[in-house]
Ligand binder design. Structure first.
Ligand code: SF4
Length: 283
């Protein structure tokens, strides 16, 4: 954790944000934090959130600051009560989180994501999808399990090859550690989705074999289908140049996912493998 990162506590005005665009299959997004510690230098070089207005909430590069929404538990309890009072809670679908990782390191100390899950256990919506790359999610298996089939955990694993991960996203949790998290989630009876998002260079057959044993469902996403701008944001982030420097020529192109899709379909069956926007919006 760099010494220069700033953590700030602020009040938010809302907990649940109505969705649109890429995630419009969900009713709401919930981001306990603004900013993301995984976005620090060497974190997620492909993170297009750093190009969105939310990345200008504070001065300094994406990843160098994180704002915690300290009043989130109060806001969320109130908003869930409003949904319940108006007969909309049973249909509410919530994606947590779309512009941050709800289980970045500061969550161990602040517990805002855990508080949100506690609120959901008290007033359960139709669906809560937890999107993370962090093994810290294991801490909350008790609450996620209590939500039963209303909860999905979507765990990002972009490649089966840890040497690729070390080269492209060196400060993110190792592939082996994330696989262990997936196994623990599944062992607890939690619906576990693996989000290959964005797909990094991989060994297709080996990756498919691995995923068959740890995933209820797999979503494959690419730089060109998943950045919300047909690849424009990924190009602006100079991912192609990064790949060339890293020896991954040929992987940054539309269709690079075809071998993996074929292997996944053969190993897991078509029904357990979804693609990009359709996959992330599978309620
Ligand atoms: S974890 Fe997600 S939000 Fe955070 S830096 Fe990486 S891609 Fe961006």
């Amino acid at each position: 954790m760099p010494r220069s990162r700033r953590y700030l506590l602020r009040d938010a005005t809302r907990a649940l944000t109505p969705t649109g665009g890429f995630l419009k299959g969900f009713g709401f997004t919930l981001n306990p934090y603004v900013g993301c510690a995984f976005g620090e230098h060497g974190g997620c070089p492909y993170c297009y959130v750093r190009m969105l207005p939310v990345a200008r909430a504070e001065n300094g590069p994406w990843g160098s600051w994180v704002i915690a929404k300290r009043n989130l538990p109060t806001l969320l309890a109130r908003e869930l009560a409003e949904l319940e009072a108006t007969g909309r809670l049973d249909a509410a679908t919530i994606f947590m989180s779309s512009a941050t990782d709800p289980y970045q390191g500061i969550e161990r100390r602040l517990g805002l994501t855990r508080a949100a899950l506690e609120a959901f256990v008290t007033a359960p919506p139709r669906r809560i999808l937890v999107q993370t790359r962090s093994p810290i999610v294991e801490r909350d298996i008790d609450l996620i399990h209590a939500l039963g089939d209303r909860a999905i955990v979507s765990l990002t694993i972009e490649t089966d090859d840890d040497s690729v991960r070390r080269m492209l996203t060196p400060t993110s949790p190792s592939v082996a550690r994330r696989i262990l998290t997936a196994r623990r989630l599944r062992a607890a009876g939690i619906f576990t989705q693996i989000a290959i998002a964005p797909m990094l260079p991989n060994r297709a057959e080996r990756f498919a074999d691995l995923l068959d044993s740890i995933a209820d469902r797999v979503i494959v996403d690419t730089y060109f289908d998943g950045d919300g701008a047909n690849g424009r944001r990924s190009r602006a982030l100079e991912i192609g140049a990064l790949y060339e420097r890293s020896g991954f020529e040929g992987w940054f192109r539309p269709g690079a996912e075809n071998d993996l899709m074929r292997a996944l379909h053969a190993r897991l069956g078509v029904g357990r493998v979804l693609f990009s926007r359709e996959g992330f919006n599978a309620i």
